[in-house]
Every structure is written in structure tokens, then in C-alpha cells.
Design a binder for this molecule. Structure first.
Ligand code: GRF
Length: 219
């Protein structure tokens, strides 16, 4: 029997269709992948992401932001759900709520986001439309550690795609999305394997050493 170390437990926060969640679920289905998805949490009931999780046999929770009087109270409820489920790493995957500084600092160094642009360009929404309007010839996606500032934080992985003269928002989005699905699991693996060292606002990816991982207190 091959010895496999315990897998890091990941909580995925979603609000919609969940194609990035699917990429993470698919990666985690490989016994060699170092993380498992332990909880999918949505702030919107009935979204397709929840169905994807259920189909993969992953527990789900719906915590509706509109049931809470403040952002802090909503974030505290999410935080409690994640901790109850034993989550060690959080992945934002199309989660459409701003997070409070308190929540973010509680998961510092252990929360990833995927953004559909080559950060630091095109933070915020409608990135594909804005990229076309700006006339950039390369566009793409970024996986980064989450810091209190929106779409900021040390970059773990990026992928670039060409912007074609014939592109509209949808065709460009589809090209970028395929890359999102490729790099999100890759970046999660880097983090879990302890191959990410944060130096200021830069993430330096190191070769793995023995015993390194998310539980390494130096991270
Ligand atoms: C993706 O484009 C992601 O980069 C952005 O929101 C979208 C979510 O799509 N943060 P999906 O729900 O993962 O399909």
C-alpha cells in the first residue's frame, strides 16, 4: 500500500454556474491530488454550482447574505461554516460578494481567488469587454492570494490568451475560461504543497521540500 499524506481540506465559495468549481472537483477526483473539496458554500440558493457539488458527493451549504444585517455578520456565518467543516484553504470561484477585512485576515495566506484578467490590469467586473475596448492583444486570467483590497494580492499563476480582431465578449470569455480551468487546480496544488512563499506583494514559487505544506507554520 502506498502511503499518502492527509489531503488539505478546501472550501469553495460560489455564487453561480461553478465551472471553476468543476475544474477543482475534477482535479480533486485524482487520488494523487493533494487537496479534497470538503465544502461548497453559496450565498445564492439554487445555483448550478451547488448541483455540481452534490453530484460529486461534496457537502454544500447555502448562506444567503440577504439574511444578515451586515457584511460582518454574513462573513462571520460563512467563517463559522468553513471552520465547522474543518476547511483549511478557501477558494473563491465566482463568489460575487466583497469580503470584509476581518474575514480576509482570518484566512490570510490560505485563500485563493481566480480573476478573469491578467492582474493588475482590469480589476473588477466586465473584464473581457474592457480588454476588447482597450485594444489589448493579450488577455487572460490570474490566481492570487486574497488580500483585503479587491483583486489584489500575491499572484500564484497566470495564463495569457490572444485577443483576436474577431472577438466579442463571449468568444474571449470562453478562451480565457478554458485557461482558468487549467490554472486554478495548478495554483491550488502549489499552495497546498507549500511551494508558495510570500515576499511582500510577490508570491515566490519554490521547489517542494520534505514535509512542507499548508501546515508549515512558516507560511
Ligand atoms: C470566472 O470567470 C471567474 O474568473 C470569475 O467569475 C467567473 C466564475 O465562473 N471570478 P464560474 O462560476 O466558475 O463558471
Amino acid at each position: 500500500m502506498t502511503f499518502r499524506p492527509a489531503k488539505a481540506k478546501v472550501g469553495v465559495l460560489v455564487s453561480g454556474r461553478g465551472s471553476n468549481l468543476q475544474a477543482l472537483l475534477d482535479a480533486a477526483a485524482d487520488p494523487a491530488f493533494p487537496a479534497e473539496i470538503g465544502l461548497v458554500l453559496s450565498n445564492v440558493p439554487g445555483v448550478y454550482a451547488l448541483e455540481r457539488a452534490a453530484r460529486a458527493g461534496v457537502p454544500t451549504r447555502v448562506i444567503e447574505h440577504k439574511d444578515f444585517a451586515s457584511r460582518d455578520a454574513f462573513d462571520a456565518a460563512m467563517d463559522a461554516a468553513l471552520r465547522e467543516a474543518g476547511v483549511e484553504i478557501v477558494c473563491l470561484a465566482g463568489f460575487m460578494r466583497l469580503l470584509s477585512a476581518g474575514f480576509v485576515s482570518g484566512w490570510a495566506g490560505r485563500m485563493l481567488n481566480i480573476h478573469p484578467a491578467l492582474l493588475p490590469s482590469f480589476k473588477g467586473l466586465h473584464t473581457h469587454r474592457r480588454a476588447i475596448e482597450a485594444g489589448v492583444k493579450l488577455h487572460g486570467c490570474t490566481v492570487h492570494l486574497v488580500t483585503p483590497e479587491l483583486d489584489d494580492g500575491p499572484i500564484l499563476a497566470q495564463a495569457a490568451v490572444p485577443v483576436l480582431a474577431s472577438d466579442d465578449e463571449d468568444s474571449l470569455a470562453a478562451r480565457v475560461l478554458a485557461e482558468e480551468h487549467r490554472i486554478y487546480p495548478l495554483a491550488l496544488r502549489l499552495l497546498v504543497e507549500g511551494r508558495v512563499r510570500v515576499d511582500g506583494n510577490r508570491a515566490v514559487v519554490d521547489a517542494p521540500g520534505p514535509g512542507e505544506g499548508i501546515r508549515n507554520p512558516e507560511m
